[in-house]
Design a protein around this ligand. Sequence first.
Ligand code: NAD
Length: 253
Amino acid sequence: MSVQDRIAVITGSGQGIGEGIAHELASQGAKVVINDINQERIDYVVNSLNNEYGEGSAMGIRADITDPEQAKYLIDETVNILGRIDILVNNAGIARDKTIRGLSIEDWDKVLDTNLKATFLTCQAASHHMIRQEYGRIINISSRAWLGFKGQSNYAASKGGVVSLSRTLALELAKYQITVNTVCPGLIQTPLFDDIPQEAKENLIKIQPTRSVGKPKDIGYSVSFLASDESSYITGQTLFVCGGKSLYSSLSV
Ligand SMILES: NC(=O)c1ccc[n+]([C@@H]2O[C@H](COP(=O)([O-])OP(=O)(O)OC[C@H]3O[C@@H](n4cnc5c(N)ncnc54)[C@H](O)[C@@H]3O)[C@@H](O)[C@H]2O)c1
């Protein structure tokens, strides 16, 4: 599977799953653009990738991708500096969990803006370049939660939207040799997971068919497969990387 010398933009890659995806793609020879709103985290990840995989493996672009101008800047600046964009991974995402009675309009808008609108904005900006190149791999990070999870109506709706958006873009862009696929992580060990109280963590692990928590690199492996030259005949698909949790119709704890 090859991503050698491909130019990849990964949104929200200053930590967590995005950082794991960046490591996997860079380890396979891609040149990665680390995007985040946190400049310190961008610098940390860029330095560690350049140390580990060689100078020029990574560069950083700070942009808040919920802002249409900044989303476009991220993509256009990548093409200005590196000449093209082959791979776009929409990973930046947030959660503001509350049941419907307590969910504010602000919590709804913030989650929908970050998880769904920003994905549309970067896909639109990248598609202009990818159509011209007649090559592209777009991988959008959704979540197993799009199938439904109590207390996550805003998050689940945004992630369901990501699946629908990806399937539709797959149809629109297929004739330009651009594939669009979705990866749905389940429980993954990130700073967010580490902060959960011990008892709640144990409850979450108990309902995992595998009785385990995934690692950011598990998402990295699936993304690098969908980002590879060899995955050209796979588009519009939704891949669950969740230790089997998607096999239940709906879960809560
Ligand atoms: N961690 C999990 O268990 C899990 C499970 C399913 C899906 N996901 C999804 O995976 C993705 C990554 O999750 P994570 O756990 O690594 O999250 P995280 O909070 O650890 O990292 C997300 C990164 O995105 C950045 N970000 C947030 N808003 C941004 C914006 N507007 N512009 C640019 N960057 C922005 C943050 O600064 C942060 O560095 C998200 O889309 C999340 O919904 C995570």
